[in-house]
Design a protein around this ligand. Structure first.
Ligand SMILES: [Zn+2]
Length: 281
């Protein structure tokens, strides 16, 4: 086992201790390409996932611009998480990043491009598929994983941040908190935003029953059967993992080892926790 130079810059603090996961950093064993419609702009984009070198982490490649999947480049945007660097923006990154984080794809080059002739020059969105991460999970399962190596053929130990002290973030009647725990666990409580108000604001242009869970006040669920009775809550956990994956650095684990409790979670709240973690390392 070789420890890289990058590994040495992981510093423990009174809030966080970096510990080994007992595994090597991994990457994809093959190449993945998927094209699909996007949720917010309603346009079509193509994503190509390439195996990455150990220590590189996950990063987007949009028109030859590298945008690391890092909290340092996350910006506030309604209803999704957006990465922005040098004027180039990539939206709705959370489901793809959640699948990569949860499946253990620690290092990955994510090439993305607009497939729509009227696509914006400096903005692209990740396709939504059925609204969950299942398309990405199936694709990753198909190609499989392998131990990642750097350009010299060295593999790196995968580290994870353990929370030493409780961290709590509160926003307009919602909160997220991380408590010390020997393993990752998530407790999630939900509330629903107003879908019609989002449409009036010109958001979710590509949204429909095929990619969203829609609940009517008078008629209940409009697209049953749900895959799980608690699917809305599971979706919030999916979003949370995707947003916390932005805390990942140098191909190490993004989600902190903690018991995370979230009430009425949203992307701004999740990314605030990732930002708080990152300024405390
Ligand atoms: Zn989501």
């Amino acid at each position: 086992m070789t420890l890289s130079g990058a590994f040495n810059v992981l510093r423990s603090s009174k809030f966080i201790s970096w510990k080994s996961t007992g595994m090597f950093q991994q990457t994809l064993a093959g190449y993945i390409e998927r094209t699909g419609k996007t949720l917010h702009t309603g346009k079509v984009s193509t994503v190509k996932l390439w195996p990455g070198f150990a220590g590189e982490g996950r990063y987007f490649d949009f028109r030859s611009n590298v945008i690391p999947a890092s909290i340092d480049y996350a910006t506030e945007s309604p209803l999704c998480t957006t990465l922005c660097k040098d004027g180039y923006r990539i939206s709705t990154v959370e489901h793809l990043l959640s699948a990569l984080e949860a499946m253990g794809v620690d290092n990955c080059r994510i090439e993305i491009e607009n497939s729509d002739p009227v696509g914006d020059g400096d903005h692209v969105e990740v396709p939504i598929f059925d609204g969950s991460a299942s398309e990405w999970v199936k694709a990753i399962e198909q190609v499989g994983l392998k131990v990642a190596t750097d350009e010299c053929g060295n593999s790196y130990e995968k580290m994870a941040a353990h929370i030493n002290k409780p961290i709590r973030i509160q926003k307009k009647g919602s909160f997220v908190a991380a408590f010390p725990s020997p393993k990752v666990s998530i407790t999630c409580m939900i509330d629903f935003p107003q879908v019609e108000e989002m449409r009036k604001l010109g958001l979710i242009k590509g949204g429909g029953l095929e990619n969203a869970i829609v609940c009517s006040a008078s008629k209940g669920w409009l697209n049953p059967p749900l895959r799980f009775h608690d699917e809305p809550c599971r979706h919030k956990v999916l979003d949370l993992i995707g947003d916390l994956s932005l805390f990942a650095r140098f191909g190490n684990q993004g989600i902190p080892v903690a018991h995370i409790v979230v009430f009425k979670g949203g992307h701004a709240l999740h990314t605030d926790l990732a930002r708080t973690l990152s300024i405390n390392v």
